[in-house]
Design a binder for this molecule. Structure first.
Ligand code: COA
Length: 191
């Protein structure tokens, strides 16, 4: 896909050369308190190279780089899924948003800036009716990011993606969020 450019960022397709920077991000994430609420990620050099290769094979996973230096500081995922439109009872085009940023670059608005650009593409170019996202209630930075982007909370449920060392499932409260095209366009209107 054509790269997206924002004030401070370039958002482009992955390449295999992004594997070392991707690995740093995944190692940080897996060591963080929020990892307990996600699937276990592979972490070896070879495995991450395979992940980068897979990310590079399509447009769903995008690298976020600083325009000033070219440094990769995170990734945003936008996976098309088909969802049911409850109002028309037909099917709506839905994209699911995911993200992970290098922990040395948190707290500067980069995730907000990158996600805004990717969501804009989902609505303007990909014809999405709705963008969804899911996160643990305990993942405050992720919940705040979605709120900043204009998502509204839809449902909560108990989820589990991994087990403790003794095999006990790690259960947590999971929130699902959605941002509809009309709300996005409304939010973009300068009046
Ligand atoms: C979720 C995640 C991307 C959020 O990162 P973040 O740094 O909080 O988000 P942003 O980059 O948008 O930065 C926003 C913060 O920067 C501040 N900021 C500083 N300069 C800014 C600027 N120029 N523009 C906007 N915000 C700015 C904001 O005030 C905000 O701070 P606050 O959270 O204290 O209110 C990050 O925590 C992460 O990568 N986590 C690991 C992966 C993860 O948990 N993914 C979700 C799994 S479901």
């Amino acid at each position: 896909m054509t790269p997206l450019t924002t004030e401070r960022l370039e958002i482009r397709n992955f390449s295999v050369d992004d594997a070392p920077a991707l690995r740093e991000i995944i190692l940080q994430y897996q060591a963080s308190e929020h990892a307990a609420y996600d699937h276990v990620w592979p972490t070896s050099v070879d495995e991450i190279r395979d992940v980068a290769e897979w990310f590079a094979s399509g447009d769903a996973f995008l690298t976020v780089c600083l325009r000033a230096s070219g440094q990769m500081i995170g990734y945003v995922a936008l996976n098309p899924v088909e969802g049911r439109d409850h109002q028309s009872r037909g099917f709506a085009q839905v994209c699911d948003l995911g993200y992970c940023f290098n922990f040395d670059h948190h707290g500067r608005g980069y995730a907000t800036e990158a996600c805004q650009a990717v969501i804009g593409r989902a609505f303007d170019e990909l014809g999405a009716d709705r963008v969804t996202a899911g996160t643990a209630a305990a993942n405050a930075p992720s919940c705040s990011l979605l709120a900043r982007l204009g998502f509204r909370r839809l449902e909560e449920r108990t989820a589990s993606f991994r087990s403790a060392a003794d095999g006990t499932p790690i259960e947590f409260l999971a929130y699902s969020f959605a941002l509809d095209r009309a709300d996005w366009i409304g939010a973009s209107t300068p009046y």
